[in-house]
Design a protein around this ligand. Structure first.
Ligand code: FES
Ligand code: FES
Length: 162
């Protein structure tokens, strides 16, 4: 066992966990934050993406102990004061989900892309950069549209139609 301490969605938490506990299971089972989904457990689907110190990670592949001292944001931490985050709002408005299983990971990956991508975001860039997120419902067209819609709001000078 090891004691891990981190900040999750703005709240400091400290828990004893098995050394082999992955962050996804720490979030879901220890903290009860089940918005982070586990679709494959083998680093392929992206359903488990959360932000760690502002950068997206596949939390099924990060040990909870590796997040010691980190600032972690899950899908539950995006909305502020009852207002959806622009990426959440864009997914709603663009009908970018079907079953919704991939949606938390897609949104968190979209937030990272919009926040951290240094160049101009185009449809091609979004498709390429988010290839690590799979949608079993194959709703990619509207997912890409939603990310670009949010990007146009959040960083208009660095977003372009192709
Ligand atoms: S559950 Fe982490 S990549 Fe699929
Ligand atoms: S909306 Fe069903 S997996 Fe993407």
């Amino acid at each position: 066992m090891t004691t891990v301490s981190m900040t999750v969605n703005g709240t400091k938490v400290s828990r004893d966990v098995e050394d082999t506990t992955f962050l996804a299971f720490f979030l879901r089972e220890t903290l009860g934050l089940t918005g982070t989904h586990v679709g494959c457990d083998t680093t392929q689907c992206g359903c488990c993406v959360v932000l760690m110190n502002g950068t997206s990670v596949k939390s099924c592949t990060v040990l909870a102990a590796q997040a010691e001292g980190a600032d972690v944001t899950t899908i539950e931490g995006l909305a502020k004061d009852g207002e959806l985050h622009p990426v959440q709002r864009a997914f709603h408005e663009c009908h970018a989900l079907q079953c919704g299983f991939c949606t938390p990971g897609m949104i968190m990956a979209g937030v990272d892309l919009i926040t951290n991508y240094p160049g101009t975001l185009t449809e091609g860039v979004v498709r390429h950069e988010m290839e690590g997120n799979l949608c079993r419902c194959t709703g990619y067209h509207n997912i890409v549209k939603a990310v670009l819609t949010a990007a146009a709001e959040m960083r208009p000078a660095k977003t372009a139609a192709e």
